[in-house]
Design a protein around this ligand. Structure first.
Ligand code: CMX
Length: 469
């Protein structure tokens, strides 16, 4: 029988919704009214310019790409990982199954340790068990959370979204930045990478406890479980601090923290870390920016949205057993109401995300009979067909977020509002490894050139006039 909790709206979000809908109609002479009055013509103008000049070259990209989120523009380098449109992510050339096979495992575990992935991303080499032991000792030596960070987290409203708490907490950690302190003392550019590495180790060492604290205060009444970073690997220690004591869940955390770590450089979170870091903002400031990007529903927050969407489907189905027909109808209902189907589609991938596939394999091994897993499997048979018929999406296949919530829920981590924080703990690994490389290579401040819509019109109109003359 399918009976799931209807997703709750946490109080502060409810307030946002209420505020947004009770704003009085715009005063046409006020700021909002004047802006709103200009919109129809401006939207029309952009549409025309895109239609007329979309294929024209604007520097190294086309006008269509400049308006279209720079999709497909090769304009940055990123050393730690590369995303193939069909094969998916490769970490330093290794596919996910290869990483699962080759990266060091914790005692008794069968999934790779994310510490090992950090080593691989930074050095390009698969670490030995001994090297990972040494890295774990380095992390354990930096794991103690400053009291100021604890106080900053504890001062936050309990109903603040966990991702907002996480971002604030990372900023509160920034007082420890070696890079910021050394810069203030006039450190030479050649040393930046060392300070960036030191800050990154502090972040990776402390992030699990920060995240676990946010979980326990938001959902478990503010009772805390001490860190045991000296004895346990990062994932098992994180699981324990959240309150989970199950070796299979430890393995799920290892898999989860490994597969979400990096996805080449152009995605919102990785690019935000790179962009902010390019101003020589230290890794704490840079990561907090990346986490803010990850908190968007088209990016990392999609894992929360997937579970809420699935629970809504179940609530709508009531006692009906889900089948392809009623799920197809419900998918169309979502699309027709102007919403996206979360967990499906991707800006780069054009096939099923291998991060989805390896989670599915984990589920087939550990929770094959779970009703919600069966529903996720059924959605895999329905959604790509619906999205293809819808005719807009370039990739109708599932991404990483379509699967993660179901497994977390199975093991008792039911609070979907928290899911993106888990993604964030993992996403620190890749972009920070990359940031260390950025400083080592002395990459400059990022500063692409932007142009206005009227600049585009004038430019191409003048060009056409010159050809005619
Ligand atoms: N459901 C409905 N419509 C979708 C869709 C989906 N899952 N995916 C794309 N579309 C729509 C887009 O909104 C766009 O519509 P408009 O032309 O009206 O703007 C159109 O299809 C074309 O989009 P696209 O080129 O296929 O996809 P984009 O590169 O613009 O966007 C992504 C990629 C991921 C934002 C989009 O597929 C999406 O919104 N998916 C659902 C949210 C999601 O799962 N995000 C997580 C991605 C992975 C991650 O970062 O964690």
């Amino acid at each position: 029988m399918f009976l799931y909790r209807v997703p709750s709206v946490i109080p502060h979000l409810r307030n946002h919704i209420r505020r947004a809908t009770t704003i009085a109609p715009a005063d046409t002479s006020g700021l909002k009214g004047i802006f709103a009055a200009k919109l129809p013509a401006a939207i029309e103008e952009v549409k025309e310019v895109r239609a007329k000049y979309g294929d024209k070259q604007l520097g190294t990209c086309t006008v269509a790409q400049a308006y279209g989120g720079m999709r497909g523009v090769k304009a940055m380098t990123y050393e730690t990982s590369h995303l193939d449109t069909v094969d998916g992510i490769r970490f330093r050339g290794y596919t996910l199954p290869e990483c699962q096979e080759l990266l060091p495992k914790a005692k008794g575990g069968s999934e790779p340790m994310p510490e090992g992935l950090f080593w691989l991303l930074l050095t390009g080499e698969i670490p030995t068990d001994k090297q990972i032991d040494a890295l774990r000792s380095d992390l354990a030596a930096r794991a103690k959370l400053p009291q100021t960070v604890i106080d900053a987290i504890d001062a936050l409203p309990l109903d603040m979204h966990p991702m907002s708490q996480f971002s604030v907490a990372i900023l509160a950690m920034q007082q420890q930045s070696v890079m910021a302190q050394e810069y203030a003392m006039g450190t030479p550019k050649s040393m930046f990478w060392e300070h960036c590495l030191e800050d990154s180790l502090i972040i990776l060492a402390q992030l699990p406890e920060v995240a676990a604290r946010i979980y326990r205060r938001s959902f478990k009444g503010g009772t805390y479980i001490p860190s045991n970073a000296g004895e346990l690997d990062m994932s098992a220690n994180f699981a324990r601090m959240m309150g989970f004591d199950d070796p299979v869940f430890d393995d799920l955390m290892r898999l989860y923290l490994t597969i979400h770590a990096d996805h080449e450089g152009g995605n919102v979170s990785a690019h935000a870390v790179r962009l902010v870091g390019s101003a020589l903002s230290d890794p704490f400031l840079s990561l907090s920016a990346g986490i803010n990007g990850l908190a968007g529903p088209l990016h990392g927050l999609a894992n929360q949205e997937v579970l809420r969407w699935i629970m809504n489907l179940m609530a709508k189905l009531g006692d009906k057993v889900p089948d392809k027909e009623n799920l197809t109808e419900l998918c169309w209902e979502t699309l027709n109401s102007g919403q996206v189907i979360p967990g499906y589609g991707h800006a780069v991938l054009r096939k099923t995300d291998p991060r989805y596939t390896c989670q599915r394999e984990f589920a087939l091994k550990h929770l094959p009979d779970d009703e919600m897993f069966k529903l996720v499997s059924l959605l895999y048979e329905v959604v790509p067909k619906v999205l293809s018929e819808h005719g807009k999406v370039k990739n109708p296949w599932p991404n990483v977020d379509a699967h993660s919530g179901v497994m977390l829920r199975y093991f008792g981590l039911t609070e979907e509002l928290y899911y993106t924080v888990l993604f964030g703990v993992s996403r620190a690994i890749g972009p920070l490894a990359s940031l260390i490389w950025d400083r080592a290579l002395g990459l400059p401040i990022e500063r692409p050139k932007s142009v206005t819509t009227s600049w585009i019109k004038n430019h191409f109109e003048n060009e056409a006039a010159q050809v005619q003359a």
